[in-house]
Design a protein around this ligand. Structure first.
Ligand code: CUA
Length: 153
């Protein structure tokens, strides 16, 4: 089988563009790794909402979404804390958005999504559901309260 010269050129060009494309994806993944939600093996334990203090600046939150609340609904942490969110849903698909932190996750029944967020500044960070989930959708929210107005440390 013979390949025409110009055809060869096209194949080469396509190949290098594809290689560049794959390289950029891998590069971006490495560089922005912490921004990508990870999938965690499912475990029933994640269905129980809890805030765990790992140390002074590290917390784990098992966030449970259901129609139409997030639990826990208020998360008090000191400034500078790093929070691992483990997210699941008890019913339909819900969104989990912290606009100020550029966090977008999906809460899915039977699934755990994880992301880590660092809260460097005091304030109240709204967690909202950004996936339509029924009549109570627009009221579905929670908040992360960083050093304000009180602290349960
Ligand atoms: Cu939950 Cu929209």
């Amino acid at each position: 089988m013979t390949i025409d010269k110009s055809e060869k050129k096209v194949l080469m060009a396509t190949g290098s563009i594809l290689a560049l494309f794959i390289f950029s994806i891998l590069y971006a993944r490495g560089k922005f790794k912490s921004d990508l939600p990870e999938c965690v093996p499912y475990d029933k334990a994640y269905e129980v909402p809890v805030i765990k203090k790992v140390d002074d600046r590290t917390y784990q939150v098992f966030a449970v979404a259901r129609m139409w609340v997030f639990e826990p609904s208020q998360i008090y942490i000191p400034v500078g804390s790093e929070v691992d969110f483990y997210l699941t849903s008890k019913d339909v698909v819900h969104g989990f958005n912290i606009a100020e932190k550029n966090i977008n996750m999906m809460a899915i029944y039977g699934n755990i999504n994880k992301t880590t967020v660092k809260f460097d500044k005091p304030g109240v960070y709204k967690i909202t559901c950004h996936e339509y989930c029924g009549t109570g959708h627009q009221n579905m929210q929670a908040e992360v309260i960083v050093n304000y107005p009180k602290n349960n440390k």
